[in-house]
Ligand binder design. Structure first.
Ligand code: ADP
Ligand code: MG
Length: 577
């Protein structure tokens, strides 16, 4: 007896929905893509409870007539391609004809649309047509999606808090706005203004609206091309960096995609200009013949395949580098390989996993006992608590970067920045354990963070309560800090607080976000201002003294070595003696 049968269309649509729309953000993505494909100049998105209660997307695009208003819910019903050849020259964002039937199969959907002469309203409920009737409205389309996933509890369970879902949608709309500055976007969340652009086609203005003044003023317009690819957009000055990749926006023919190899190529271009482990902010659109871009990889269309991808990577790497070079930016100091040869870098995690109690009290004032002369820990040996620290006598400074010291068996070269970072880090760890003294900021620190974070300020404050930092809403997309603990005097406040917020945003998918003290100290340390200057002999001696008192004097908080040694024996060998 045969057992195979074809699934009915509702079941097939629900299966497709599983891939096309995983969460409210996916619904907004599909609906907005349709609005863009319909040549809209203005797209309004309203979400309620992070889209879990209701999503409305309204546009002023070409609309549909009454026939298409019901036909669009058919499986694989599309106006965008008609045969297999078209798959190789896709100019629209959609082409699969799957989004509307999928969304309609897992929600209550109302469509109101008009092409300027004909108009209709169609209601669908979990895959079934409820009604279709004439409905006078102006040209354009409005789609309302309610009760998303109510009949698919497995999917519902995967959704997180309304605030979290709203923040994903906000990032998505910002990303659409950056790829289409010529379209006016309006996002409201529970009736409150969350984000809007004017649609005047000014990408720098959109950058300002998404990331604030400093970023938009630090942006460098770029335009470069080769035979196959043309790239335009903005690179942001690496001084405005982020702790995660989320501010790297790359579009292929105006399409939002996740393309890790291209992110990497851009990052490579930034390499000499940005601090290791940081990510740049950029908005780049790559134009190419649609033949080179296979978008038919996954139903959600986040993934694509690019022919001649290596060539595009080379182009990005080279031109990003050139553009940054031309803006005469001082390169961030790179870690030379030589240092790594001597001390095994330890990972950030190793450092973090140590219990807080291990932290030493602040550096005592009295002179340390003469340290026992001991060989530095070599690669083969395990890195444990150092029993001693080589005795060092400061000889001088090299290039305002290195402190040169004589040791019993040779020369020690201290990376002054790394050494001071280590000292500062241990001081901070100790200070963070104490009740802080709060100081009023002369000028409150104002941070452009976006409405998604402003609306979660309570959650944010709870996660940083240990640090005694308190953010207050200051307008719709800005937060203000007017009091800081006194240990802030040594760090650049604004970038540090921006990092704290980014860390909160990027980890918001964890149920419980909490900042460990050590991690905060590392972040704070990263933004320390006291490192970049030439030192007097006494100051250098003080650096060496303080380093010798550290719990772990051999590595900076990021795991890089603080000093290397050259043995006299080896030097002698170099001179062929
Ligand atoms: P696709 O976008 O892949 O074609 P969809 O299911 O998203 O598939 O949409 C089906 C069709 O419905 C589209 O091809 C388009 O003709 C029509 N459509 C959907 N949304 C809109 C809109 N906002 N404005 C005009 N037409 C639309
Ligand atoms: Mg579509």
């Amino acid at each position: 007896m045969s057992r195979i049968h074809t699934l009915n269309s509702q079941t097939a649509n629900m299966i497709a929905a599983g891939e096309v729309v995983e969460r409210p953000m996916g619904v907004v993505k599909e609906l907005v893509e349709n609005s863009i494909d319909a040549d809209s100049t203005r797209i309004e998105i309203s979400i309620y409870q992070g889209g879990m209660e209701r999503i409305i997307v309204r546009d002023d695009g070409c609309g549909m007539d009454a026939t298409d208003a019901t036909a669009c819910f058919g499986r694989h019903a599309t106006s965008k391609i008609s045969n297999e050849n078209d798959l190789w020259s896709i100019h629209s964002l959609g082409f699969r004809g799957e989004a509307l039937p999928s969304i309609a199969s897992v929600s209550e959907l109302t469509l109101k649309t008009s092409d300027g002469s004909d108009a209709a309203m169609v209601k669908m409920s979990y895959g079934k047509l409820v009604s279709a009737s004439p409905y006078p409205c102006s040209k354009g389309t409005e789609i309302t999606v309610e009760g998303l996933f109510y009949q698919t509890p497995a999917r519902l369970k995967h959704l997180r808090s309304a605030a979290y879902e709203a923040s994903l949608i906000q990032s998505l709309v910002c990303s659409f706005a950056l790829s289409h500055p010529e379209i006016a976007f309006v996002l409201t969340s529970d009736e409150r203004d969350a984000f809007r652009t004017t649609g005047q086609g000014d990408l720098q203005e959109v950058l300002f609206l998404v990331y604030g003044r400093a970023v938009s003023e630090g942006s460098i317009p770029v335009s470069f091309s080769d035979y196959d690819y043309k790239v335009t957009g903005f690179l942001v000055n690496p001084l405005q960096s982020r702790a995660a990749r989320s501010a790297m926006h790359v579009y292929l023919n105006g399409r939002m995609v996740r393309t890790y190899r291209l992110y990497k190529a851009i990052l490579d271009g930034y390499e000499d200009f940005i601090v290791k482990g940081r990510y740049p902010i950029c908005v780049l659109n790559v134009e190419m013949d649609p033949h080179l871009l296979d978008v038919n990889v996954h139903p959600s269309k986040w993934e694509v395949r690019i022919s001649k991808e290596n060539q595009l990577e080379d182009l990005l790497r080279r031109e990003v580098r050139n553009a940054l070079k031309q803006t005469t930016l001082a390169p961030a100091a790179n870690v030379p390989e030589a240092r790594v040869e001597y001390y095994e870098p330890i990972s950030f995690e190793q450092e973090l996993n140590k219990p807080v109690e291990e932290t030493k009290a602040p550096v005592p004032e009295e002179k340390p006992k003469p340290a026992v002369v001991q060989k530095p820990i070599k690669k083969e040996e395990p890195i444990k608590q150092p029993a001693g620290f080589p005795e060092m006598e400061v000889i001088g400074q090299l290039h305002n970067k290195f402190i040169l010291c004589a040791t019993e068996d040779g020369l020690a070269i201290i990376d002054q920045h790394a050494a001071q970072e280590r000292v500062h880090f241990e001081e901070l760890c100790a200070v963070l354990n104490q009740q802080p003294v709060m100081t009023d900021c002369l000028i409150p620190i104002v941070l452009h963070v976006g409405y998604d974070i402003v609306s979660r300020v309570g959650e944010l404050n709870a996660s940083v309560a240990d640090l005694h930092i308190s953010f207050e809403p200051f307008g719709n997309d800005t937060l203000r800090v007017s009091q800081v603990p006194s240990w802030f005097t040594d760090i650049e406040e604004e970038p540090f607080l921006q990092d704290v917020i980014d860390a909160f945003r990027n980890e918001s998918n964890h149920a419980y976000t909490h900042f460990e003290r050590k991690r905060i100290a590392t972040m704070a340390c990263h933004h320390s201002i006291r490192f970049h200057r030439s030192l007097t002999m006494d100051e250098m001696k003080e650096v060496v003294r303080q380093l010798s008192l550290c719990e772990n004097p051999y590595h900076c908080p990021h795991g890089r070595p603080t000093f290397i040694t050259l043995k006299e024996k080896e030097l002698t060998k170099e001179f062929l003696r």
